[in-house]
Design a binder for this molecule. Structure first.
Ligand code: ATP
Length: 226
């Protein structure tokens, strides 16, 4: 459903991506991996037109996204959970959810079933939530747009272990329900059992792609430094 081919992206004069390729098929969960600064966030920013790629191809459901403005891309059926969450701080939890709603199988009730904490906290301002609750809200808000492809950038980073586990349970459930997902995350222990494929970036290039079983210690040592 998503095919990114050989994209090159720049921040002003400085080149960050030198040829990134990856693909996601319907119902798959694909991990985008690599050490810090290798280009994961830039790849996601390019996909969403936030830092447009200068060269290469981005095709989503047979539609060419390359050079479409960000607001048009957001309407194509892609939902982003950005790094650092970014909920609307002065709206209530429930308002944060309904403000992005688009018709489809994901309703407020279904999101609140997935994250019961969001129902408990429905009248609170988003700014008063814990970091983990804000992350749940960010995921819930992206789901409310009924994305055919959900994209998560570091959704569990810096969260307390209990909350992380809740988010991973939700992600496993989404996967079981057939939600197509592209995910950036450093928690290999949770990530590898659930993903169908891993794409590893090294210095702004796709360096390795394969199933999680093939990600052996030599690949890990070489590209992930763990
Ligand atoms: P991390 O795991 O630390 O988030 P990443 O793999 O997501 O890393 P990117 O944030 O995409 O990596 O960064 C890729 C490269 O682009 C890095 O060399 C980084 O310094 C550079 N870069 C990122 N954002 C900018 C920016 N706004 N202006 C200039 N260079 C940037």
């Amino acid at each position: 459903m998503l095919e990114i081919t050989d994209i090159e992206t720049f921040y002003g004069p400085s080149q960050a991506l030198f040829g990134v390729s990856l693909h996601v098929e319907v119902g798959e969960m694909v991990a985008l991996m690599g050490r810090n600064g290798m280009g994961k966030t830039t790849t996601i920013r390019s996909l969403f037109g936030l830092t447009p790629a200068r060269h290469g191809r981005i095709v989503f459901e047979a539609r060419n996204l390359h050079r479409l403005p960000a607001y048009r891309i957001a309407r194509c059926g892609l939902g982003l959970v950005p790094e650092g969450r970014r909920c609307f701080p002065n709206l209530s939890v429930r308002e944060n959810l309904v403000v992005t709603a688009r018709p489809g199988p994901w309703t407020r009730e279904r999101v609140e079933d997935l994250f019961p904490k969001l129902a408990e906290r429905r009248r609170q301002m988003a700014a008063t939530l814990s970091g983990g609750e804000q992350q749940m809200l960010a995921i819930g808000r992206a789901l409310m747009t009924n994305p055919r492809l959900l994209v998560l950038d570091e959704a569990t980073e810096g969260l307390a272990p209990v909350i992380r586990q809740e988010i991973w349970s939700a992600l496993r459930l989404l996967k079981a329900q057939g939600q197509s997902t592209l995910i950036v995350d450093k928690s290999l222990g949770e990530l590898l059992p659930v993903v169908d494929r891993c794409t590893i970036l090294e210095k702004g290039r796709t360096a390795w792609t394969g199933p999680p079983e093939a990600l052996d210690s030599s690949v890990r040592d070489r590209y992930l430094g763990v």
